[in-house]
Design a protein around this ligand. Sequence first.
Ligand SMILES: Nc1nc2c(ncn2[C@@H]2O[C@H](COP(=O)(O)OP(=O)(O)OP(=O)(O)O)[C@@H](O)[C@H]2O)c(=O)[nH]1
Ligand SMILES: [K+]
Ligand SMILES: [Mg+2]
Length: 443
Amino acid sequence: MHPRDQTIFALSSGRPPSAIALVRVSGPQAGKLVTALAGKLPSPRMATRALLHDVGQRPIDDAVVLWFPGPASATGEDVAEFHVHGGRAVLDALFTTLSAFENVRPAEPGEFTRRGFENGKLDLTEAEGLDDLIHADTDRQRRQALRQLKGLLGDRARDWRARIIEASALIEAGIDFSDEGDVPAELIAPALAKVEVLSAEIEEVLAEQGRSERLRDGLVVAIAGPPNVGKSTLMNQLARREVAIVSPHAGTTRDVIEVQLDLDGYPVTVIDTAGIRKTDDPVEQEGVRRARARATDADLVLWLSDSPGVAIDHDGDAPVWSVRNKIDLEQIGRPLADASGQGVFQISASRGDGLPELIAALVGFAQNYFGGGEGGLISRTRQRLLLQETAVSLRRCVQVVGRGEELAAEELRMAAHSLGRLLGRVDVEDILDVIFREFCVGK
Ligand SMILES: Nc1nc2c(ncn2[C@@H]2O[C@H](COP(=O)(O)OP(=O)(O)OP(=O)(O)O)[C@@H](O)[C@H]2O)c(=O)[nH]1
Ligand SMILES: [K+]
Ligand SMILES: [Mg+2]
């Protein structure tokens, strides 16, 4: 039997032990499994209490069972849900029992969603939105993923594709007419007008794209500077916990340490790095090399120093903010901070002076970086590349029409094909494998 026709099961809730665990089953044998374990098939979509038994009629657990006959289910197949107590032994017993049936096996990552996709329950952009939603850490990421899952990009793409096919039909009709005389102009002109409007709409969505992709990936802020200036102390303050070791010894931090922060709904990764200096210690040298590399890739660098006039030793395109630490050791009164993020911040990482100003400036930077608002429709490189391809084909269609309607028609076919791939309609198996492999097991 092809793996696709086998019945799959997986733990869809979190890691045991937990109060309740949800085990999902999908495939042609789902009904048979429920009957075998629960004694009978419950009414569709009604939570029903049942004592589950293994194949030797020994009890497994007191459970709640749900039965969703296909095609009105998440995967489009027959689906069952077992809500059991979330202990490891309970789950072991349940999985052993399920596996004992022929052609029943544990699901691969993303396999439930993939089946739903293959049965037309959701398009590829919605499947990606679902995966993003599961992995969303901040509120803004959640809202963006939900928009994707609700099919906003998919709906636009379907509409564009339908209109490209309409324009195509006009051009094809023009090609057919042209054998009999010089009629095409009346057909070609409205087709081109449609294509130009479409082009503009797609380009507008593309222009918005950067911010949503960034929202998905997050903003990386690197703390860099000479040894012992208080980088790890600042890191711990931003993280509000002791993630990095702080000590009076220069050269304490060697590895790159990362924390994920939710900064006003924006996903921000802060990295603490080894103090940058010349050293003979090979381990510290490696730390300095890593520190430089990570700071170069960051979106923003906080260059920390503890005395005036320390030169910034950093290259890369990212903006660098100069942060003076340990102002508590000096008698300079209130810390000065420029909320625009320009100029020098003055803080005491250990006492907390100046931190609210620094954090407010970071939020301002994040707002700018992510573009504020709700973000655009595109959240993945795959989506952006396919929309760019579509836009290029549409632009070329208008350019080449003078050289022959067939060329223009071919460009429209390519545009429609790119949108088909965006929706997952015409994609080849291996691309789907790559996309669904990143999903969680049980989804
Ligand atoms: N007085 C004062 N001491 C501080 C401040 N911030 C950090 N320190 C002290 O400075 C020393 C070095 O702090 P760390 O956070 O380990 O500095 P670092 O830059 O991470 O050091 P390396 O990892 O070795 O490069 C520690 O003894 C801290 O307690 C501050 O704002 N004021
Ligand atoms: K130190
Ligand atoms: Mg350190």
